[in-house]
Write a protein that binds this ligand. Structure first.
Ligand code: NAD
Ligand code: TYD
Length: 350
């Protein structure tokens, strides 16, 4: 029997990873540690909350005494670490929260894992989930590989880069059995509507403006969230210690092109005249330090561990839109209260 701690399991990607592990490995005990910040939502996991191999732990990874005690008590065999402050725009307005959670929180988990695995590190694993944003920005050509030098530009990506460096340092200095993956932009069900795709789905639904930063020419490489969770499963079980794997779907889209496709899908699903949603597009002041282009080379993962994305983007986008339209109560719940205040602060002055 294996005991695995998944951090940030109530968030977007974490909830898909928790669901996959709970359902696929009934002989594992899965512990979901989450602080339930604005981005954490236990509603994301209501289909598996009563499974006997699922356990929720409310807690903050920046609380080192609490983390130490939890590890001593539960003696986890593995950690899959996703808990983070994850939104670039929030990192621009409040960088400190990103330093605390993403860097100090990660170091607290590394210390706790090191303490309980010191005598017997064999068979143990600390899996750190990171982002392609640590590599910085590409021009029109080329891809990020595992050898690309780190060059983060936002407080978010700088904090993730810092945490990645600590994870590798604990491997090289203390022999901690770690593994890291760096993934491109995810989309799919349960993503908090501050990120591009769910924000725009929600705004189209309410006939609100679609705030496109700059000229909409920035490029992102989009991967369906369940394909990311499947990659994490493969890497967790088969990746060699100390390695890094890039995850991405070779699916680059200029923001404005993606938004136009999304508008077409929404018109169709909502039974609106073609072209109705596109009229909501509003060009606004560009994001500070806005990275031009991300594109991942995931050939190492495909070649060495046999993973590949399962969905074409058009199919994934339709599935995603269907999910948000069939779960409008979910959207309404997470867009009330605190979120509204944040939204006004973030977009009110544009
Ligand atoms: P998210 O913001 O949806 O979820 C983060 C989760 O972490 C939430 O449930 C939140 O409550 C929890 N959390 C935050 N601070 C915490 C703390 N101090 N203690 C305990 N829990 C805390 O994020 P996401 O988009 O699901 O991203 C998950 C991970 O994947 C992050 O590490 C992120 O950097 C990485 N990642 C995200 C993407 C993407 O496109 N979203 C792409 C690549 C990598
Ligand atoms: P986002 O979903 O925030 O992901 P990231 O910044 O981590 O890539 O943004 C995706 C792209 O969409 C990015 O280039 C910024 C842009 N964007 C907008 O144009 N308007 C918006 O309101 C948001 C949230 C993002």
């Amino acid at each position: 029997m294996k005991k695995i701690l998944i951090t940030g399991g109530a968030g977007f990607i974490g909830s898909h990873v928790v669901r996959l592990f709970v359902n696929k490995y009934p002989d594992y005990q899965i512990y979901n540690l989450d602080k339930l910040t604005y981005a954490g939502n236990l509603e994301n996991l209501k289909d598996i909350q009563n499974k006997p191999n699922y356990h929720f732990v409310l807690g903050d990874i920046t609380d080192d005494a609490f983390i130490q005690k939890l590890f001593e008590k539960e003696q986890f065999d593995g950690v899959i670490h996703l808990a983070a402050e994850s939104h670039v725009d929030r990192s621009i307005t409040n960088p400190n929260a990103f330093v605390f959670t993403n860097i100090i929180g990660t170091v607290n988990l590394l210390n706790a894992a090191r303490a309980i695995w010191k005598e017997h590190p064999e068979g143990k694993r600390f899996y750190h989930v990171s982002t392609d944003e640590v590599y910085g920005a590409l021009g029109q050509e080329g891809f990020f590989t595992e050898e690309t030098c780190y060059d983060p530009h936002s407080p978010y990506s700088a904090s993730k880069a810092g945490s990645d460096h600590f994870v590798r340092a604990y491997h090289d200095t203390y022999g901690l059995p770690v593994i890291i993956s760096n993934c491109s932009n995810n989309y799919g069900p349960n993503q908090f509507p501050e990120k591009l795709i769910p924000l725009f789905i929600n705004n189209i639904r309410h006939n609100k403006p679609l705030p496109v930063y700059g000229k909409g020419e920035n490029v992102r490489d989009w991967l369906y969230v369940e394909d990311h969770a499947a990659a994490i499963d493969v890497i967790y079980h088969q990746g060699p210690d100390g390695e890094t794997f890039n995850i991405g779907g070779h699916n680059e889209w200029k923001n404005i092109d993606l938004i136009k496709v999304l508008c077409k899908v929404m018109d169709k699903k909502l039974g609106r005249e073609p072209g109705t949603s596109e009229k909501l597009i509003t060009f606004v002041t560009d994001r500070a330090g806005h990275d031009l282009r991300y594109a991942i080379d995931s050939s190492k993962l495909q070649r060495e561990l046999g993973w590949k994305p399962s969905l074409q983007f058009e199919e994934g986008l339709e599935k995603t839109v269907d999910w948000y339209l069939n779960n409008q109560q979910w959207l309404d719940n997470v867009t009330s209260g605190n979120y509204q205040k944040y939204y006004d602060e973030m977009y009110g002055n544009r």
